[in-house]
Design a protein around this ligand. Structure first.
Ligand code: AMP
Ligand code: MN
Ligand code: MN
Ligand code: MN
Length: 283
């Protein structure tokens, strides 16, 4: 059977705007047959997603996107095929959420000092009681008219050097990969072309990632240009990594990424799903 994969998506469990069930419905309607829900630092959306996946007849790959600090930069590592209730993984993610919670309050305090009142409460409202990310601050700031759109608001308020940026320490690369592996998953470097890394640094990251037990890398990503895809594919072949493909969809409000409209993987890379057991309906 011809499968259509999207192995990187977000729901309201982190900073997406669709509930896990709505996300699965959209994926099914977009013709995706295998979808991974990969919320930031949490597995809490996976149970609802699994239920919806059964209903809509799509295969759910339980996933997560772990925030990592590597050489003073934030890198994201996706875990695919994880056991959602694995203790080692969840304890690790819990420590990241604890940092996130403090960071959210600190972002609120810093924005407060620069004259923006009520940002923490506002962001919390947008997060609907789930984990708070910078995207929730972004929605609050746009809603209050501090910036015209989502991209500009990041640039003006939420990136390094701006009033709402809080540096901090996420997981180490080794720990992120270890947690994912402990939960029986495959670790994948998310959107590699998006990091401000030189070619040498990127290859250093790939080396350390593989030494830690990482297996895959996103060759196709919603935020990769065609040029990025070919560049990353070349590194992927050199290193013998497995190639993944994911939109990094966050909801219909962000039209620059969409579900089910990804290019196919270039020739000569090995898809990460190559050795996955085919699951067929038994009835
Ligand atoms: P956080 O993990 O809370 O620091 O937030 C990271 C998330 O913010 C990413 O997963 C994106 O959803 C979003 N994000 C980060 N930078 C930008 C940007 N420049 N424009 C739009 N969204 C961004
Ligand atoms: Mn996000
Ligand atoms: Mn990411
Ligand atoms: Mn993501």
């Amino acid at each position: 059977m011809f499968e259509k994969y999207d192995l990187h998506t977000h729901s309201t469990a982190s900073d997406g705007t669709l509930s896990p069930a709505e996300l699965i419905q959209r994926a099914a309607e977009a013709g995706i047959t295998v979808v991974a829900l990969t919320d930031h630092d949490t597995t809490l959306g996976l149970a609802a997603a699994a239920e919806a996946a059964r209903e809509w007849g799509v295969r759910l790959i339980p996933g997560v996107e772990v925030s990592v600090t590597w050489q003073s930069r934030v890198i994201h590592i996706v875990g695919l095929g994880i056991a959602p209730d694995n203790m080692e993984l969840n304890q690790g993610l819990e420590s990241l959420r604890e940092f996130r919670h403090w960071r959210a309050e600190e972002i609120g305090r810093r924005l407060g000092k620069s004259g923006i009142a009520g940002a923490y409460e506002g962001a919390r409202k947008f997060s609907r009681g789930h984990l708070i990310g910078r995207a929730h601050f972004a929605r609050f700031l746009v809603d209050q008219g501090y910036a015209p759109d989502f991209r500009k608001v990041f640039k003006q308020y939420l990136v390094r050097g701006k009033p709402g940026y809080v540096p901090g320490q996420w997981a180490s690369l080794e720990n992120a990969v270890a947690w994912i592996r402990a939960a029986g998953g495959q670790a994948v470097i998310a959107h590699p072309a998006r990091y401000p890394l030189t070619r040498t640094r990127l290859r250093r990251l790939m080396t350390e990632f593989m030494d830690a037990g990482g297996e895959g890398i996103e060759v196709v990503s919603g935020c990769h240009s065609r040029d990025d895809v070919f560049k990353i594919a070349a590194h992927t072949r050199d290193f013998g990594l497995l190639a993944s493909t994911g939109s990094d969809y966050h909801g219909p409000e962000q039209p620059w990424t969409s579900l089910g409209r990804l290019p196919t993987l270039p020739q000569g890379v090995k898809p990460i799903w190559q050795d996955w057991t085919p699951v067929r309906s038994t009835t």
